[in-house]
Design a protein around this ligand. Structure first.
Ligand SMILES: [Zn+2]
Ligand SMILES: [Zn+2]
Length: 224
């Protein structure tokens, strides 16, 4: 299933663009490694924070797509910052401060070979202009359902295999994906996001885990 579901995605390089268009990044492999829906409090908190800062609306459940870690920053690097939710936060989320779109996300679990994108928090090039990404790269699983709260909105029905809805992370088959995923990249044409992170500023938001961010007052002083 892992191999088949994204078989028809176009592997040509894809553009990642912030919502206002000032930042443009190209990734070398346009075929995702996987796509998930994640209900966890951290994904949601980052999206809420970015939204109150002027970024995109928060989806009821963020869709996360995972791609080969090989990029070229074409324009707008001066707008980029790495954002961590808290001092010991493990996810590093590239944020475009021009419009508070979120671009590439890193986590130690990705082992440096892939990065994650929130499909709703930036513009990821489509496989076909008239076909929405939910069709060409549908979510394979839904994880961390235990963190979902109805105050976020009505829980949308999961369109995939209902046995792939999970209370936490990660079921064995997702761990299996890591074994099947290439542990190295053949012939990279750009750089890894970790190289970009060494050049751009970092910002730690100092937010307690699970805290909801409804307006700027909910952000820690000095971090907005
Ligand atoms: Zn922007
Ligand atoms: Zn999450």
């Amino acid at each position: 299933m892992y191999y088949k579901i994204y078989e028809n995605c176009n592997p040509a390089p894809k553009e990642i663009i912030c919502k206002c268009g000032k930042v443009l990044i190209k990734m070398s492999n346009g075929k995702p490694r996987r796509v998930l829906e994640c209900c966890c409090v951290d994904c949601y908190q980052h999206n809420e924070w970015a939204s109150v800062m002027g970024g995109p609306n928060v989806p009821v459940i963020p869709t996360l797509s995972y791609w080969d870690n090989d990029i070229v920053v074409i324009r707008g690097e001066e707008h980029l910052k790495v954002v961590l939710l808290r001092e010991d936060g493990r996810s590093k989320r590239t944020t475009a401060t021009c419009c508070f779109s979120t671009l590439m996300v890193d986590h130690p679990y990705y082992s440096g070979v892939m990065f994650m994108l929130f499909e709703d928090a930036c513009r990821v090039q489509q496989d076909e202009p008239d076909v929405p990404p939910t069709k060409t790269r549908p979510a394979e699983s839904r994880i961390y359902l235990k963190d979902f709260d109805t105050s976020r909105g009505t829980l949308p029905e999961f369109r995939g295999d209902p046995t792939r809805v999970h209370q936490t992370c990660c079921p064995e088959y997702i761990k299996g994906w890591n074994r099947k995923s290439s542990p190295t990249l053949d012939n990279p044409s750009g750089e890894k996001i970790q190289a970009l992170f060494e050049r751009i500023p970092e910002m730690i938001l100092g937010l307690d885990q699970g805290k909801r961010i409804n307006n700027l007052k909910d952000c820690s002083p000095g971090y907005i």
